[in-house]
Write a protein that binds this ligand. Structure first.
Ligand SMILES: *Cc1c(COP(=O)(O)O)cnc(C)c1O
Length: 396
């Protein structure tokens, strides 16, 4: 091995480990449901993004199996050669219907969707106003576009207005985009879309909402943009098919012209093999389930409210979440990791999230309740929280 590489790896790994920032990866033995098994131990799972429990839903499994039988396991090519199968077209039509837009495009993941969609539209003559807490894939997508990136303070509408005005008045940019998460995954707060839409109109901004954590959760399932009734105002409704939808993939929903353009200029669409047929059919089935009934959505919110109330009553700082995402803010990185480790010993899997994912000193254990949890499971989790919280002197 190259000595230069070896020195680099050793130094950097050691630094992470010394600072308690090294992430040990746990292996889940079996499905990622409301209970999981790790190292042979059963745990209540409060760390998945499987909000509606659809990752293990029987209807999705059946759709995937049947489509594997009829279409095979792989799509065989990229979308623009001959990897566009009928199941992909059916999926895109379904996404557009669900989102209330003219059209939609599916990508292989939310991450590569952001890489492809932002850079298909923005370039070095443009500027992107970006909320400072935006997801890593947005940051990378913006960088790839070579547009000037202007950080905007988190959900600060005065800062957005001032920076939009400054960018417009500079006369330096051909196009200006504002991009934001719909739901911020670390705190569970929701972007101020009505205000954002107004500012965008005033300054002629392109608007891009990444609704990875809002899809299936907000707007009776149809997302944050639909929640505010802004389907006609937000240009890009982007999201993932891997969280509440339970499978894998990403999408943009928007006007026919926008989607036509992304299908010729979104590089992962042109140069990376399409979603598998089985996954495509399972996703379509998931959206059907969400369009038929709000039962799973309602259960998710009920469970979220239950967990929040329980943690708050115990005396924990649960921040200001407006969604089922329930952070339990501990602060110090090492204590946060110790807390999470002790919870696991007590039968609860709730992952610690520390710097650099969240700012230093705001380490947290983040709980993701789902529609698949029972009240008994949540009660068991709360009992473990009470025990470990007292033990580590975080609550009285
Ligand atoms: C998870 C996430 C993504 C990436 O989605 P994947 O489908 O997992 O690649 C993109 N944006 C946000 C805001 C996310 O939370």
């Amino acid at each position: 091995m190259s000595k230069v590489l070896n020195d680099f790896l050793t130094a950097n790994l050691n630094e992470l480990k010394e600072n308690g920032l090294y992430n040990e990866i746990n292996v889940v033995q079996g499905a990622n449901g409301p209970k999981i098994k790790i190292d042979g131990k059963e745990l209540i799972n409060l760390s998945s993004n499987n909000y509606l429990g659809l990752a293990t839903n029987d209807r999705l499994k059946k759709a995937a199996k049947e489509t594997i039988d009829s279409h095979g396991v792989g799509a065989g090519a990229v979308r623009t050669i001959n990897g566009t199968l009928d199941v992909h077209m059916a999926l895109e039509k379904k996404i557009a219907e669900f989102k209330g837009t003219e059209a939609a495009i599916a990508f292989q993941s939310g991450f590569n969707c952001n890489m492809g969609a932002i850079s298909a539209v923005m370039n070095k003559e443009d500027a992107i106003l970006s909320d400072e807490l935006n997801h890593a894939s947005i940051i990378d997508g913006c960088r790839l576009s070579k547009a000037k990136i202007i950080r905007v303070k988190h959900s600060d509408m005065e800062d957005l207005r001032a920076k939009a005005q400054e960018a417009v008045e500079s006369g330096q940019y051909k196009k200006i985009m504002y991009i934001t998460d719909g739901v911020f995954s670390m705190d569970g707060d929701v972007a101020l879309l009505p205000e954002i839409a107004k500012i965008a109109e005033e300054f002629n901004l392109i608007t891009y909402v990444d609704d990875a954590h809002g899809s299936g959760v907000m707007g009776k399932g149809a997302g944050t943009v639909k929640h505010f009734g802004l389907q006609d105002k937000i240009d890009f409704q982007m999201g993932t098919l891997s969280k509440a939808i339970g499978v894998v993939g990403g999408y943009v929903a928007g006007t026919q012209e926008l989607i036509d353009w992304l299908k010729v200029a979104g590089r992962p669409f042109l140069f990376s093999t399409s979603l598998t047929p089985g996954d495509s059919a399972a996703i379509t089935e998931a959206i059907d389930i969400l369009m038929e009934s709000t039962e799973l959505h309602d259960k998710l919110w009920e469970n979220g409210d239950y967990l929040k109330k329980g943690l708050k009553e115990l005396g924990f700082d649960i921040g200001h979440s407006e969604t089922p995402i329930t952070p339990c803010i501990i602060g110090d990185e090492k204590t946060t990791q110790e807390f999470s480790k002790r919870l696991m010993e007590e039968g609860v899997y709730a992952k610690s999230i520390v710097f650099p994912t969240v700012p230093k000193g705001t380490g947290r254990v983040r709980n993701m309740p789902t529609a698949a949890h029972t009240t008994e499971m949540l009660d068991e989790a709360l009992a473990a929280y009470a025990k470990v919280g007292r033990e580590l002197n975080i609550i009285k």
